[in-house]
Design a protein around this ligand. Structure first.
Ligand SMILES: Nc1ncnc2c1ncn2[C@@H]1O[C@H](COP(=O)(O)OP(=O)(O)OP(=O)(O)O)[C@@H](O)[C@H]1O
Ligand SMILES: [Mg+2]
Length: 231
């Protein structure tokens, strides 16, 4: 589904990724963990064409997408839930969702399904996003990502700043995607909760992949876990 091969990504002359490789299979939930500045967001930005890698390749759904513009990558079925949500603040939830709606070759979702996944969304529908709480904005951002009919969703710290109950809702939504055959690559600080719902995990540090394996292995191996993610 998604394959990254030895990418090197720079901000100006500063190198942020040093030969990062990872893959995500259809319907797989993959956690991307690591400390601040490790290169997690840069990896997602590299996939999305926002910070195209200088070397190496990104493939999605059988195509080389390394040099494609971001809108073309989105149209192929790569959705993004950014760490700063990035909704249009002065527009209503309804407008933001309309703007994010796309058809791809993957399963198309409709707004009624969004209301069934996020019942609270119905009450937010006509409200401007600038009036919403962090949890409410996150709901809009995830619903918008789904309405883009993704084959994979890239989540960047989806539970950041959310109440524990909403964190569980977010993780449940990621599980629900899996049940529908949609893959997820998830950057998350809440490492243990994330590992519980993940199939596989990559741990990054200083622009390198330090570890790759089954999520259950990392959960069950305290020594490894302490060394890699410090918990
Ligand atoms: N716009 C930018 N310009 C220059 N350097 C950047 C920029 N964004 C990130 N970097 C640098 O690239 C490296 C990787 O940053 P990145 O944001 O990908 O890390 P991260 O793993 O997402 O960290 P965090 O957990 O803090 O979100 C860091 O050294 C960071 O300082
Ligand atoms: Mg980040």
């Amino acid at each position: 589904m998604l394959g990254i091969n030895a990418i090197e990504t720079f901000y100006g002359e500063t190198q942020a990724l040093f030969g990062v490789s990872l893959n995500v299979q259809p319907g797989e939930i993959v956690a991307l963990l690591g400390p601040n500045g490790a290169g997690k967001t840069t990896t997602l930005r590299s996939i999305l064409g926002l910070s195209p890698p200088r070397h190496g390749a990104v493939r999605f759904d059988g195509r080389d997408i390394t040099r494609l513009p971001t809108h073309a990558i989105a149209r192929m079925g790569v959705s993004w839930v950014p760490d700063d949500r990035r909704v249009f603040p002065t527009l209503t939830a309804a407008r933001n969702l309309k703007i994010g709606t796309r058809r791809t070759r993957f399963r198309a979702w409709n707004e009624d399904e969004m209301f069934s996944i996020f019942p609270a969304l119905a009450n937010l529908y006509g409200r401007e996003c600038e009036t919403m709480s962090g949890g409410e904005l996150q709901m809009v951002s995830i619903a918008r990502a789904l309405l883009g009919s993704p084959g994979i969703v890239l989540f960047d710290e989806p539970s950041q700043g959310l109440a524990p109950k909403i964190v569980q809702d977010v993780l449940r939504t990621i599980r629900r995607l899996k049940d529908e055959g949609i893959a997820a690559l998830v950057v998350e600080q809440n490492a243990l909760a994330m590992l519980e719902v993940s199939d596989r995990v990559y741990v990054m540090d200083r622009g390198h992949i330090e570890h790759e394996g089954a999520a259950s292995e990392l959960l069950g191996n305290l020594t490894l876990r302490r060394r890699l993610i410090g918990i």
